[in-house]
Design a protein around this ligand. Structure first.
Ligand code: E4P
Length: 218
């Protein structure tokens, strides 16, 4: 399973990249706004900075909801850098735009997916990634991880090439559960990725080895 980081924060992206396990980045308008970025020029510049830090795909989301706006913004974003993946909502216009960009060979991430039916439409339109939102489903007493498994099974059964990108990951256990469900990618906050390292026996073991190593100092 590949790891994307789910943030527009450059320091966190650098920290994950330095860890050596980062395969890409996802952003959305909320994450970009959180960084205080304003205006098209600053937005575009920010995406270029992200692409300079990581080697993999960087999802940049269109802000428009109408097909023509999605195409115009998507074209502009795709021209910024070869690593840019155009992120489009799973709406009627969004699916049409996924089809448009996939036919042009531009990578797409179909976002805001909450059902297997939406994922199927995204795959049929040729999306590179489909993003089911695990945490937001859990928030409403639904089962986000079960949706990941359902989509993975359907895509495998029919041989769709679209990759399942588990999004809206809130904590470390979500990462483990999505991995077990067969997600191709999980996009996660840095804290959830670093949480994978946590184990008291690892900390205790390091402590003991450091103490014993000191006994051997000449
Ligand atoms: C990433 O592609 C999604 O936009 C993001 O994971 C949504 O996360 P949230 O539900 O925590 O806002």
């Amino acid at each position: 399973m590949r790891f994307f980081i789910d943030t527009a924060n450059l320091e966190q992206i650098k920290e994950a990249q330095e860890l050596g396990v980062l395969d890409g980045v996802t952003t959305n308008p909320s994450l970009m706004a959180k960084e205080g970025i304003k205006g098209d020029a600053a937005i575009n510049e920010h995406y270029k900075k992200i692409c300079d830090i990581v080697d993999g795909d960087v999802s940049a989301e269109v802000f428009g909801t109408e097909y023509d706006d999605m195409i115009r913004q998507g074209e502009e974003l795709a021209a910024l850098h070869p690593q840019i993946t155009i992120k489009l909502p799973c709406t009627k216009d969004g699916i049409r735009a996924v089809k448009y960009f996939s036919e042009k060979g531009v990578k797409t991430n179909c976002t805001l997916v909450f059902t297997v039916g939406q994922a199927l439409l995204a795959a049929k339109a040729g999306a590179t990634y489909v993003s089911p939102f695990v945490g937001r489903l859990d928030d409403i007493s639904s089962n986000g991880v079960a949706l990941i498994k359902e989509i993975v099974d359907v895509f495998n059964y029919y041989g769709y090439q679209t990759q399942v990108l588990a999004a809206s990951i809130r904590h470390t256990q979500h990462i483990i559960d999505c991995m077990k469900a067969g997600a191709d990618v999980a996009t996660c906050p840095l804290k959830a990725i670093l949480g994978l390292l946590n184990h008291p026996l690892t900390d205790k073991g390091v402590e003991i080895f450091v103490a014993d190593a000191k006994k051997m100092e000449g």
